[in-house]
Design a protein around this ligand. Structure first.
Ligand code: OGA
Ligand code: NI
Length: 368
């Protein structure tokens, strides 16, 4: 009997203009039953923290803010920041330019294609790999550095990789990243005050940070109950500042259950990542979370992942080490080694620090 030669395996392309006209979704996007989303989940009660009043130094506001943050971060590491001082017009522009970017033809977006093993650029679920449990989303990841030599890094990326026509995109996201840098250093003051190590300690540690800005674009999906926009993960980085639009889809795993985080365009959702968990000697938690999609509308989120400058050593201050919280592990981690572990998809080496006190159930899939 003559056998037909095997068909060449075509890489799957996540091109929404094609996928959205199909009655079902390709099996690569279907998640196993125990990981399928629950679209109706209880809301997570996360405290809104009045950031402006904290910065202004009003003693009552400072004590309230540090208490709320302390409680939330010991439990699950998520809180909301309101009265944050970031211009709402800048946030609106950052969303508007996401619509423009992701609305472009696939071939154009692929000018910024993120290559396998790389951390920055455009990625959709296909990336040429045959894989299961693919997320239903497209992303654009940008490098942001807060040192003086890199003051135009985002701007230059768009001009160099996408061309001069994309200059305005560069201007918008450069400005947005600068606002996130300022906000994240302020939040570091809040975390330092909440942990009792003083406002300057973590703020100084993250001066000159080497961070990641990620635009998450979740197209509507005809089978939202079978797939996930972002699978369950803990952020391997230090701190995430997320702005979700009005649609909603973020879920956090707390008390053995998935909880949703109600969208509030006036607020930023802040969460502790593995690296900060290590810096806090495991006292503040990095918690499992994911994003679900829907069959009606696009959902967008802007995620700024704060990461230390690459020459920093990640280890908790001595004042956070005592008999109640012994040092989780002797090894110190150089931020550069952690960054390459994250980049190569190995997850964060910071996870070894504080592991004993980490929740069970964390998924090994790296977030980045
Ligand atoms: C992430 C993430 C959640 C969201 O990008 O790491 O968890 O709501 N995103 O987009
Ligand atoms: Ni995340």
């Amino acid at each position: 009997m003559i056998m037909a030669p095997p068909l060449p395996r075509q890489p799957l392309v996540f091109d929404v203009s094609i996928l959205q006209h199909q009655a079902s979704i390709p099996s690569h996007f279907i998640w196993p039953d125990h990981e399928k989303p629950c679209l109706e989940s209880p809301e997570l009660a996360i405290p809104p923290v009045d950031f402006g009043s904290f910065l202004a130094g009003d003693p009552l506001a400072v004590s309230k803010a540090t208490q709320l943050v302390n409680e939330a971060c010991r439990k699950h590491g998520f809180f909301l920041v309101v009265n944050h001082g970031v211009d709402s017009k800048l946030i609106a522009k950052a969303h508007e330019y996401m619509n423009m970017f992701f609305g472009k033809q696939l071939s154009e977006k692929q000018r910024a294609q993120r290559k396998i093993g790389e951390q920055y650029g455009y990625a959709s679920s296909f990336t040429g790999r045959f894989s299961s449990k693919l997320p239903w989303k497209e992303t654009l990841s940008l490098r942001y550095c807060a040192d003086n030599q890199s003051s135009d890094i985002v701007q230059e990326y768009f001009s160099n990789v996408m061309g001069e026509n994309f200059k305005q995109f560069g201007t918008v996201y450069q400005e947005y990243c600068e606002a996130m840098n300022t906000l994240s250093l302020g939040i570091m003051e809040l975390l330092g005050a909440s942990l009792g190590v003083g406002r300057e300690y973590f703020r100084d540690f993250f001066e000159g940070n080497d961070s990641i800005m990620r635009l998450n674009y979740y197209p509507p999906c005809q089978k939202p109950d079978l797939t996930l926009g972002t699978g369950p993960h803990c952020d391997p980085t230090s701190l995430t500042i997320l702005h979700q639009d009005h649609v909603g889809g973020l879920q956090v795993f707390v008390d053995e259950k998935w909880h949703s985080v109600r969208p509030d365009p006036e607020a930023f959702v802040v969460n502790i990542g593995d690296t900060f968990m290590a810096l806090s000697n495991g006292i503040f938690k990095s918690c499992l979370h994911r994003a679900v999609v829907n069959n009606v509308t696009v959902r967008k989120s802007l995620a700024f992942f704060l990461c230390p400058k690459l020459d920093k050593v990640v280890k908790p201050p001595n004042t956070l080490i005592d008999s109640k919280n012994p040092r989780a592990e002797e090894s110190e981690i150089i931020a550069a080694d952690n960054a390459s572990a994250v980049k190569e998809g190995l997850g964060s080496s910071c996870r070894v620090l504080g592991r004993k006190r980490q929740q069970k159930n964390r998924n090994k899939r790296p977030a980045l």
